[in-house]
Design a protein around this ligand. Structure first.
Ligand code: HEC
Length: 136
């Protein structure tokens, strides 16, 4: 490749990089899903007790227990409460008090309303991200 072509190629890449960076940093991160105070409290309880060591949210986390993204809508709140309050042979009982369990349920409800996992029906944009207007 001639030096002039190399330069042209290089500056085209730099220009593409700069315009994409500008687009990403100015398009904002607004989301329709606002976390309530109770859900924020629940997120803290979830983190303090390291639930993610065994469970996944949005498919990420440990793999000893099931994914909890849609556990509220698929299993129901009572089922979830009973797991958290009592534990099972494989899942420890964390001896959480009622406000902590309420907060956890609020947090899992928030997570549930924010996504479907696994989500096989999303439309990808041409630049590689999920089109939010069609995401469920
Ligand atoms: C040591 C690993 C471990 C930790 C830590 C853990 N879990 Fe679990 N959890 C499990 C396992 C394993 C199951 C499946 C239980 C069974 O079938 O006996 C489960 C099941 C559940 C279920 C029922 C899910 C379903 O679809 O049936 C919920 C809800 C749940 N866990 C919530 C939590 C929460 C909230 C925390 C944090 C406070 C937590 N777990 C921490 C291992 C864990």
């Amino acid at each position: 490749m001639r030096l002039q072509n190399k330069r042209l190629f290089f500056f085209t890449l730099v220009a593409a990089y700069l315009s994409y960076t500008f687009f990403v940093y100015t398009s904002g991160t607004e989301t329709a899903f606002k976390m309530s105070a109770a859900a924020q409290e629940g997120k803290k309880v979830f983190q303090d007790n390291n639930c993610i060591a065994c469970h996944q949210l949005y498919g990420l986390g440990g793999y000893m227990g099931p994914d909890l993204t849609n556990v509220i809508s698929s299993r129901g709140e009572l089922y979830v409460r009973s797991f958290i309050e009592n534990g099972t042979a494989k899942m420890p009982d964390f001896e959480l008090n009622k406000p902590e369990v309420d907060a956890l349920v609020a947090y899992l409800g928030y997570v549930d309303s924010s996504a479907n996992f696994p989500n096989r029906s999303v439309e990808l944009t041409w630049y590689g991200t999920v089109n939010n207007s069609t995401a469920e």
